[in-house]
Design a protein around this ligand. Structure first.
Ligand code: PHE
Length: 452
């Protein structure tokens, strides 16, 4: 495990790599449908509050933990306290759960790119198009396998650098295009109500579930509570400011999510006449509404193709970081060689992902805790294991190694401006909130047989 650690070059290198992992389907596909489902403006508000408190504190903690120890999750916890090595292991399970179903969605994006490139985008605007596609057997599996195959090839040949270079150009283009589409959408008749729903907090929509969903989304979107930021921190140079980097990643990540919501939520209103059932659409939201928007647009076919290409890149940089993490865990642990490990992880993810793909069609009646496979994997990682890892991380830092240890690492490059906020969140706010939320979500399962 003690091979030499490469490090990111320069300041911007770290931020971009971390942002590449953070910005992905979570921002563009997952955030808008959660925002639509959990109350619009109130979800957005809760999310932003959590991002600047929880998100800030946890990301700072993870990056500093990695940089201080120079190790990835398991090693980092172990190095500071042997008893807490299990937190690292628990964190390591998360990318293994996420990678397979993430790739199923990645496959959908790939399919939509192909559809728009081949000029069939109009067909995709039909109401039943998406449902018919994902409920199929061979086709979604084909795209899923293709997507995960590409991810595996990149990880195998180590061409992440190339992909990162491309995404440095793609990411800004994605931002510009999203803003453009969002503004266009606002002018579709009926969309304005959606803009209001999305932006104006309505406290009557507030519930514990809003907070639970927002918190799960925060961890997911910022790639927290799964050891990824610890690993990235271990590659970070000592002269780069952790605090500034965290702020930049936060703004970038939340900004893209915000615009994705602004592009998708109002469109749902416009095309459904504000119909509540459509707002509850869930994972299918992006794939159903955006083709309709493109269909009304002059040059919509081309814009659609460019859009899905950009989303594909955003997704790939994330799934690469997921697979890379899984591969390096196995390489370190079992001392397997990289090629073999890539192959094993590829096949493993393919097999584990199959139910998530089939669960939208032939296996749709097989439910775990009332959820389909994809939603179940999503729920168990985002709403159960990640909060648990986050809680244990807070306890570890707040009461075992003490916040000062982290603060000192952050202060290597100058004053830690938000140290008080950091300490307060880690010691009190985060643990209390997470415990309450975990209890409520467990009660939810025990009392009813279904969550949402
Ligand atoms: N943060 C990524 C996204 O928003 C997803 C992801 C999770 C990537 C975990 C890597 C690790 O899409």
């Amino acid at each position: 495990m003690e091979q030499k650690r490469s490090s990111f070059t320069g300041k911007i290198g770290f931020v971009l790599a971390a942002a590449g992992s953070a910005v992905g389907l979570g921002n563009i596909w997952r955030f808008p449908y959660l925002a639509a489902k959990y109350g619009g403006g109130i979800f957005l508000l809760v999310y932003i509050i959590l991002a600047v408190t929880f998100g800030f504190a946890l990301m700072t903690a993870e990056i500093a933990l990695g940089r201080k120890t120079g190790l990835s999750a398991v090693g980092a916890f172990k190095a500071l306290n042997k008893k807490f090595a299990f937190v690292g292991y628990l964190a390591a399970i998360v990318p293994m759960i996420i990678l397979p179903y993430y790739s199923v969605i990645g496959g959908w994006v790939t399919k939509y790119l192909a559809v728009f490139v081949s000029g069939q985008g109009r067909a995709a605007a039909a109401d039943t198009y998406f449902g018919d596609f994902i409920s199929g057997v061979a086709e979604p599996i084909f795209w899923f396998a293709l997507y995960i195959g590409v991810t595996a090839l990149v990880v195998l040949f180590g061409v992440e650098k190339g992909v990162e270079k491309v995404s440095k150009i793609m990411m800004p283009v994605l931002v510009v295009l999203s803003v453009f589409i969002a503004i266009y959408t606002m002018f579709i008749p009926g969309a304005l109500d959606g803009v209001i729903y999305y932006i104006k907090p309505d406290f009557s929509h507030f519930s514990v579930k809003t907070v639970l969903a927002a918190m799960g989304q925060l961890f997911y979107s910022m790639s927290l509570a799964m050891g990824i930021m610890i690993t990235y921190g271990s590659y970070m140079k000592k002269d780069v400011s952790i605090e500034t980097s965290v702020h930049q990643i936060e703004i970038f990540d939340t900004g893209i999510a915000f615009f994705a919501g602004l592009m998708i939520v109002p469109a749902v209103f416009a095309f459904s006449g504000g119909n509540a059932a459509a707002i509850n659409a869930g994972p299918s939201l992006m794939f159903e509404t955006l083709p309709k928007v493109f269909d009304t647009m002059y040059g919509g076919q081309i814009i659609g193709a460019v859009f899905f290409l950009l989303v594909l890149f955003a997704a790939l940089t994330s799934s690469i970081s997921l697979m890379e993490t899984v591969v390096s865990i196995f390489c370190d642990k079992f001392k397997w060689n990289r090629k073999l490990t890539c192959l094993i992880v590829f096949v493993g993810a393919l097999v584990i992902g199959l139910p998530s793909s089939l669960g939208n069609g032939v296996w749709k009646d097989i439910r775990i805790l009332g959820l389909r496979f994809l939603d179940f994997f999503d729920f168990i990682s985002n709403s159960v294991i990640m909060p648990l890892v986050a809680l244990l991380t807070c306890i570890f830092i707040g009461y075992v190694i003490k916040p000062k240890t982290i603060a000192d690492e952050v202060a290597l490059t100058g004053k830690f401006k938000n140290e008080k906020l950091f300490t307060f969140v880690i010691k009190y706010l985060a643990p209390i909130c997470i415990i309450l939320i975990l209890i409520s979500s467990v009660l939810d399962v025990v009392l009813k047989d279904g969550f949402f």
